[in-house]
Design a protein around this ligand. Structure first.
Ligand SMILES: Cc1ncc(COP(=O)(O)O)c(C=O)c1O
Length: 375
């Protein structure tokens, strides 16, 4: 989402690719958007909303807030809608008391750092455990000046997921004046028999806020709409950072319709799960062990050299992958789960890059003809 799309160099001699899915004419597997597109119900709602463009939207997204409150069985005061989950993240960091610090695991969603830097907030990061968020590392890093802990769950860029029980372990052990914000932007893609969301913890922990997005499983990234759930007092504090009429009527109408379109959500979830399993399995067969992903992308720990080779080859095939330099990672890639043909294109590219690297390694390790001659 925050990649430099314009740095992608397209080799005009590359074979044409069927099923281009990005406006630039290439396949965009960099931004973790919905491979199934937007909910058709949301698109129809947009068309209807167009006749009211001369009017202001609901001041604070009241109709959508009501729908969300009903869906999550919360009071309306416990829901806050804003311009994407990004805006909620900004409100949380803005709300940090002077001199207080924010803490999150590394690596995690790059916007946290971008936003904290813009607002001049101090941050501290905790290390990961095999690319999984490490609750013990977070607990160790939670000094008395830390007043906000942000946890993306599933995590971006690794795709790994923590059970709500693990998050509760953190909540049980930190002081109540530390706010824990669980960013569930990808929650709808989690497939497990257990509880997938921290929603059930809201009643017990008034220092918990859940962040959600309509950009991913609902396919509305272009409209910029997301929300927060939590205790009424916490939500009221965040609401102070909200200006009236910030969320467009189009975004509000489309989000209401998307929320009701369970068929599209289910299809997005199902198709993502099938392709995620297939892509992860093929990568495993190629020798790239990806951490288990519960999101709509996979994380590839590679070498810096291999990342460059894969990117070069991907650009030649008009394929845009998630570069992780802004995350401080030059030896890994994040690749969104796309449609089956788009994923095949990526798998062809990575297989070819690995083969080239293998051949190069064989050449450099085999003795030169001179060396092979008997002395
Ligand atoms: C973990 C995480 N949180 C939040 C967001 C931003 O969501 P939104 O588009 O709703 O601002 C993203 C976007 O990529 C993300 O990866």
């Amino acid at each position: 989402m925050y990649q430099e799309v314009t740095t992608m160099s397209i080799d005009d001699n590359a074979a044409p690719v069927a099923g281009f899915s990005s406006p630039s004419g290439g396949i965009d597997l960099s931004a973790n958007t919905n491979a199934c597109g937007a909910s058709p119900a949301a698109v129809a709602a947009l068309a209807r909303a167009a006749s009211g463009l001369h009017l202001y939207p609901a001041r604070f997204c009241e109709p959508l807030t009501r729908c969300l409150a009903r869906k999550f069985e919360l009071a309306e005061e416990q829901v806050l809608c804003a311009n994407g989950a990004s805006a909620i993240i900004e409100f949380l960091l803005r709300d940090l008391p002077l001199g207080a610090m924010a803490l999150w695991p590394w690596p995690s969603f790059v916007l946290y750092e971008i936003c904290a830097k813009q607002l001049g907030r101090d941050i501290v990061v905790a290390s990961h455990r095999d690319w999984h968020t490490d609750i013990d590392a977070l607990l160790r890093s939670c000094t008395p000046t830390v007043k906000l802990i942000l946890i993306a769950n599933p995590n971006n860029p690794t795709g790994t997921w923590l059970k709500p029980l693990e998050i509760e372990r953190l909540l049980k052990r930190i002081p109540r004046d530390v706010l824990v914000a669980v960013d569930e932007a990808y929650q709808e893609f989690v497939v497990t028999d257990e509880d997938t969301s921290c929603r059930s913890l809201i009643e017990r922990y008034d220092n918990l806020v859940i962040i959600r997005s309509f950009s991913k499983a609902y396919g509305l990234a272009g409209l910029r709409i997301g929300y927060a759930l939590g205790a009424a007092e916490r939500i009221a504090k965040l609401r102070r950072h909200c200006l009236p009429f910030q969320v467009s009527s189009l975004a509000q109408e489309a989000a209401c319709a998307a929320l009701d379109d369970e068929a599209h959500l289910e299809r997005s979830r199902r198709e993502n799960a099938i392709e995620r399993a297939r892509v992860s399995s093929v990568l495993g067969q190629l020798g790239v062990a990806v951490p288990p992903s519960q999101a709509n992308f996979v994380f590839l720990p590679l070498s810096a050299e291999l990342v460059k080779d894969v990117e070069r080859l991907a650009a030649a095939h008009r394929l845009l992958l998630g570069r992780l330099l802004p995350y401080g990672l030059d030896s890994a890639l994040r690749v969104s789960i796309g449609s089956a043909p788009d994923n095949d294109r990526f798998l062809t590219v990575i297989a070819r890059a690995l083969q080239i690297a293998k051949n190069a390694a064989l050449c450099s390790s085999s003795p030169s003809p001179e060396a092979r001659q008997p002395s």
